[in-house]
Ligand binder design. Structure first.
Ligand SMILES: Nc1ncnc2c1ncn2[C@@H]1O[C@H](COP(=O)(O)OP(=O)(O)OP(=O)(O)O)[C@@H](O)[C@H]1O
Ligand SMILES: [Mg+2]
Length: 252
């Protein structure tokens, strides 16, 4: 049992990641908070951006991407490489990218959704709430938790903020993906603060493992409450069309 239990209708939200929904009974549980964890370069940003993009493109579901590590324009450019035109759906009001980076650097931003005061966590939560309501979002991604939390003084404070964040997310009725760092997945440390996994209904670990002098990508559904899932690692790739998971096993 987690800290906060969410009502679950049984409805599933499609991830937009080919192969992935087969691992979790058809998709993420509706109105839940899911943690996407992994070390650097494992594909966290791509995974959550794909969730938002495909949500709009394939399912017509509005989504908000809160980018606290990269400028909105950098995200757009990177995602263009996968053939995804984020701007098209931003214009249609199906996608909102919140730029939480520009204001820190003090550079004036031309973005529509700019997080001005990133130091105050309450303002942050209020702003996200407003943007979600403004496009009636069903999906939300926050990239990343450590970039909110590094401003906080101690573990108690981080814990309080994450609990508050989760309560607000559930209140809004969105299905959220939050990214975080996994400092030592093998040693069981799958999140930076060790609290993120408790506020989440599900945890997906993205991993790199050496195989024949080459790093290969693997994905593990570490937990998904109310869902039957395997505990094995599945190979995945970042292709020219984005993240693709191979649920039938080995490709490497
Ligand atoms: N167009 C592309 N085609 C194939 N692979 C790509 C492409 N773009 C990026 N990649 C791969 O994806 C990796 C980066 O993925 P991503 O930025 O999603 O990871 P991350 O976990 O968010 O990393 P970070 O720790 O920097 O936030 C790159 O290091 C590269 O290996
Ligand atoms: Mg990233």
């Amino acid at each position: 049992m987690g800290i906060m239990s969410e009502p679950f209708s049984g409805k599933r939200i499609k991830s937009g990641i080919p192969g992935f929904d087969d691992l979790i009974e058809g998709g993420f549980p509706d109105q839940s908070t899911i943690l996407i964890t992994g070390s650097t370069g494992t594909g966290k940003t791509t995974f959550v951006a794909q969730y938002i993009y495909k949500g709009a493109e394939e399912y017509g579901e509005p989504g908000v991407l809160v980018s606290l590590e990269e400028r909105a324009k950098d995200i757009r450019r990177e995602m263009e490489q996968f053939g995804w035109d984020l701007e098209k759906y931003e214009k249609q009001g199906l996608i909102a990218i919140v730029d939480g980076v520009s204001s820190i650097s003090g550079i004036p931003s031309e973005e529509k959704f700019v997080l001005e005061d990133t130091l105050n966590v309450d303002n942050f939560l209020r702003y996200i709430y407003r943007v979600v309501k403004s496009i009636n979002a069903k999906r939300l991604a926050i990239d990343s938790i450590p970039s909110i939390a590094f401003r906080l003084q101690n573990e108690g404070e981080i814990r309080k903020v994450l609990l508050k964040l989760n309560t607000i997310l559930l209140e809004m009725g969105v299905t959220s993906l939050l990214t975080t760092e996994a400092p030592d997945p093998k040693g069981g440390k799958i999140s930076k603060y060790g609290i993120e996994e408790y506020i989440s209904r599900g945890v997906v670990l993205l991993d790199l493992q050496e195989k024949n002098i080459e790093l290969k990508r693997y994905l593990l559904v570490r937990k998904m409450r109310g869902t039957k899932h395997s505990m094995r690692k599945y190979p995945f790739e970042i292709t020219s069309r984005g993240v693709v998971v191979y649920p039938s096993g080995e490709i490497y």
